[in-house]
Design a protein around this ligand. Structure first.
Ligand code: F6P
Length: 410
């Protein structure tokens, strides 16, 4: 983290990693704040690929008033484009010199870089190489120490998808398993599932005990159908893609796809794994056969156990529209990043505006991974949501607060 009072004139804007909601708000916030301070901003296209190849570009798109008007904050994705390129992995010993040449060629004095932990690790890297840059936190996975733009939009999408699937689930009396993005943290599965009244939420933080899931499923699913006057019901399970069993093994088989340049394997298949495991438990269970007969659904050789369907919304959860919260937060951190650069601060992550102050922290600290806390899991278990384990005792911890309490909008 450095603070030198050299004023900035021209700033490059990079968005990087997996796209999501709020990135255009970051771009717009940065561009507008720069214009108001008499500075100019330029788009560096396609994340770190563009930064590496900057030296080859004849010109960069300037975010002047007219061009900024075309950046719609409510559109998810990024006007600047993305790539999954890690600078330190580039097979070129002169890569930093090449980046410096590119920055000099386009007279760029500093960078606003929006991305997640991988992108942030490059911010640390570039800053240590003398390139002034400030990190605007972004990831739908929500696994940074700070809030990151895109999380709220993804949670809203997941909640809508999971809730919508209840109509088809109830019509066919199917158990619906929805596998969602989030990598090794369960924040978006957790919050999206809670928002949609999901019955069961499986997250990487809790190794899955299928006996617990099965007992919860049987209780709710059977009761719903038998108590319904038309014998209709569903049961909803949200599965985070990075979920593991009690043996510590990932349920994902990666779908045979190669890892990205940051070394992350593709995660795919957790939903199918859960579906197949529960189907095999139902097949072995005489009470399920009895339930099928009592509910009038049993048809020999055709319909002997309830159906389970797995749905993978995949990239849909980070596409389309941005939530109002993410637009507000995105503009805030984009503008704050420009102001920090102008004030000579580099190698930091904007955390938020709080009581009129721009808060920031060293990027190396901000990108330390954050997971769903098990006390939070126990708290929600008190509402009988199943998290893939038998419900544990929740020990209430109480705290009286005064004055400036945590607020979503400050
Ligand atoms: O990190 C964001 C994320 O959406 C993860 O949740 C997911 O595993 C990954 O990106 C998917 O990456 P890609 O868009 O490269 O397939």
């Amino acid at each position: 983290m450095t603070e030198d009072k050299k004023k900035m004139k021209n700033i490059g804007i990079i968005t990087s990693g997996g796209d999501c909601g709020g990135l255009n708000a970051v771009i717009r916030g940065a561009a507008k704040a720069a214009l108001m301070r008499g500075m100019r901003t330029f788009t560096i296209p396609n994340g770190y690929a563009g930064l590496y190849n900057l030296v080859n570009f004849d010109h960069l798109v300037e975010l002047d008033e007219e061009r900024t008007d075309h950046v719609n904050s409510q559109f998810a994705g990024s006007d600047a484009g993305h790539s999954r390129v890690k600078i330190s992995k580039i097979n070129d010993p002169d890569k930093y010199d090449r980046i410096m040449m590119g920055l000099r060629k386009h007279n760029l004095d500093g960078l606003v870089i929006s991305g997640g932990d991988d992108t942030g690790s490059v911010v640390v890297d570039l800053s240590e190489h003398g390139i002034p840059c400030v990190h605007a936190p972004k990831t739908m996975d929500l696994d940074l120490q700070t809030y990151s733009v895109g999380g709220d939009s993804a949670i809203n999408k997941i909640a809508d998808i999971v809730d919508d699937l209840k109509t088809t689930g109830t019509t066919h009396n199917r158990i619906m398993v929805i596998e969602v993005f989030g990598r090794y943290a369960g924040h978006t599965a957790f919050r999206g599932g809670i928002a949609a009244d999901a019955d069961c939420i499986l997250i990487p933080e809790v190794p899955v005990d299928f006996n617990a899931v099965y007992a919860h499923l049987k209780h709710y699913y059977i009761r719903r159908i038998l108590n319904s006057d038309v014998h209709a019901g569903t049961y909803t399970i949200v599965v985070a893609e990075g979920v593991r069993g009690e043996d510590g093994k990932l349920f994902s088989d990666g779908g045979g796809k190669p890892a990205d340049s940051f070394g992350h394997p593709k995660l795919a298949g957790a939903g199918l794994f859960v579906k197949e495991k529960l189907e095999s438990m139902m097949r072995e269970d005489p009470e399920i056969r009895q339930f099928m007969k009592t509910s009038g659904m049993y048809v020999p050789g055709v319909f002997e156990i309830p159906e389970i369907r797995e749905v993978i919304p995949s990239h849909i959860v980070r596409s389309g529209a941005t939530s109002a919260y993410d637009v507000n937060f995105g503009k805030q951190i984009g503008a704050a990043a420009v102001i920090l650069l102008d004030e000579g601060v580099s190698g930091v992550t904007v955390t938020k505006m709080y009581d009129g102050k721009i808060r920031y922290m060293p990027t190396a600290e901000a990108i330390a991974q954050r997971f769903v806390g098990l006390e939070t899991v126990s708290f929600y278990e008190q509402m009988d949501v199943c998290f893939g384990r038998f419900r544990q005792t929740y020990e209430p911890k109480l705290e009286e607060v005064h004055g400036a309490v945590e607020r979503l909008y400050s």
